[in-house]
Design a protein. Structure first.
Length: 50
């Protein structure tokens, strides 16, 4: 039990704070945001079908 609790405490302590986590998620969303129009999606789909 002691070993389990030690492992769990280390795991929990290594997690980022909620604010740090949210900031990281927001940063990834901005970095990975693609601006693809509906026309562009349909065009790529149609090209793939030929």
């Amino acid at each position: 039990m002691e070993e389990y609790l030690g492992i769990e405490l280390e795991r929990i302590a290594s997690r980022p704070s909620p604010d740090a986590w949210l900031q990281g998620v927001r940063g990834r969303n901005k970095a990975g945001a693609l601006q693809v129009s509906p026309f562009g999606i349909l065009h790529a789909r149609d090209i793939d079908r030929t």
